[in-house]
Design a protein around this ligand. Structure first.
Ligand SMILES: Nc1ncnc2c1ncn2[C@@H]1O[C@H](COP(=O)(O)OP(=O)(O)OP(=O)(O)O)[C@@H](O)[C@H]1O
Length: 394
């Protein structure tokens, strides 16, 4: 969708901001450009909407050399969000959002309708915020208006230059989550500049790690963290890249253990016997639909239960399970859920139905999943194909 071919930008004072850059962003892909200040990220981005012209090389948008496209026409196809937002202070939120439709000559009614729809999309109630002016908004709200405005004419491409850079970390994380949700339904082709590796890893389908004017590595986040291409990249992503990986490594079926499973209406005495036979201290409890209900201990809570009272069922002793996640959730969330509930394991359920029990993830399995994903990236094979060498127990 966006292709850079040997693009170089040398400023008149001799500074080479971008040096022989070649990479391609696929349609619907979100690529983050990350690197230290002054490495050429903004210059790269501004060449796409022709705010800056390259010294040499070509940039293609949808197969078309942008040098031959009228810049004004080009910019209509490209939404642009910047850190300072650049909202017009004397225009209301609705009018700011409708800026591009206004330039495109849409009627006032159609503009306002579209602006309201977009404000809704970015989580701002148009009835509350539509008639406010930018200085009556918080920083995070202004950024949302910036995103809404960039989306107004439904451009296939979005350029975002540190769009969440000016807000505090909590708001920033919130905006990132919302933006990911938005992107999962809009599938825009996005170039996203940031100097924050955490943000790059969290948002990017792929990351371009910049050194001085050059891309040192162009890979998916797990690969950048797991197998940095150069010492420079390793240094940039930081010594704690193992921890950062937790947020981009999903729980997979192969990571799960299958503990004993019992049903709510099973007799407790039989369920307990089964758990003991398998050497388990607990079992997962499912309801009639095989959805997760909770868990039950193999130890009788009440000595009377041990007498195999035929009337006592699992339902009478089952405890609800709060520590659960859908398959595909990041390992970081799994770890955090374990800590939050002080749980020795978490249940993993089907992502689509959010109920059907698939297995449990234990701390040991979580650690193995992380090791396997590192190994998989180093060897370029799927994670499920990696078998770990374990130290034999004495
Ligand atoms: N108009 C200009 N004239 C001369 N040099 C420039 C000009 N604009 C940018 N540069 C230089 O080009 C290099 C790349 O700048 P650019 O703004 O692309 O970097 P960046 O990676 O976006 O940095 P930051 O994260 O600080 O915004 C820097 O050394 C910068 O000083």
């Amino acid at each position: 969708m966006i292709r850079f071919e040997n693009v170089t930008k040398r400023y008149p004072d001799g500074t080479t901001a971008v040096d022989d850059l070649s990479f391609e962003v696929a349609e619907g892909e979100l690529v983050t450009l990350v690197g230290p200040s002054g490495c050429g990220k903004t210059t790269t981005m501004k060449m796409v909407n022709r705010l800056i012209e390259p010294t040499s090389g070509q940039i293609f948008l949808d197969g078309e050399d942008i040098a031959s496209v009228d810049p004004v026409e080009l910019r209509r196809r490209i939404g642009y969000v910047i850190q300072q937002v650049g909202l017009f202070p004397h225009k209301t939120v609705l009018d700011n959002t409708g800026t591009v439709p206004h330039l495109l000559g849409w009627s006032k009614a159609k503009r306002r309708e579209r602006a309201a729809e977009l404000l809704d999309l970015v989580g701002l109630d148009p009835a509350v915020f539509g008639d406010r002016y930018p200085d009556q908004l918080s920083g995070g709200q202004r950024q949302r208006v910036g995103v809404a405005r960039a989306l107004a004419a439904d451009p296939p491409v979005l350029l975002m230059d540190e769009p969440f850079g000016a807000v505090d970390p909590v708001v920033r994380e919130h905006l990132q989550t919302e933006f990911l949700k938005l992107q999962s339904s809009l599938h825009k082709t996005v170039l996203f500049v940031t100097h924050d590796i955490e943000e790059a890893v969290r948002l990017g389908d792929r990351i371009a790690v910049y050194g001085e004017g050059r891309v040192e590595q162009f890979d998916p986040p797990t690969k950048v963290l797991g197998a940095p291409a150069t010492p420079y990249v390793a240094d940039f992503v930081g010594a704690d890249r193992g921890l950062k990986r937790l947020s981009v490594t999903p729980i997979e079926t192969a990571d799960l253990e299958a503990p004993p499973v019992v049903h709510l209406d099973d007799r407790l005495s039989e369920a307990t016997a089964r758990m003991r036979a398998e050497g388990a201290h607990w079992a997962v409890v499912l309801d009639d639909a095989d959805d997760l209900h909770g868990w039950v201990s193999a130890e009788p809570a009440d000595p009377a239960d041990a007498e195999a009272d035929a009337t006592v069922t699992v339902r009478d002793r089952a405890r609800r399970m709060e520590a659960w996640l859908p398959l595909g959730a990041p390992l970081k969330q799994a770890f955090s859920t374990m800590l939050q509930h002080d749980a020795g394991w978490i249940a993993v359920v089907d992502a689509a139905s959010e109920g059907r029990f698939l297995g449990v993830l234990t701390p040991t399995r979580l650690h193995e999943a992380l090791r396997r994903s590192i190994d998989a990236d180093e060897r370029d094979v799927p994670r499920a194909d990696v078998s770990l060498e374990t130290v034999p127990e004495k």
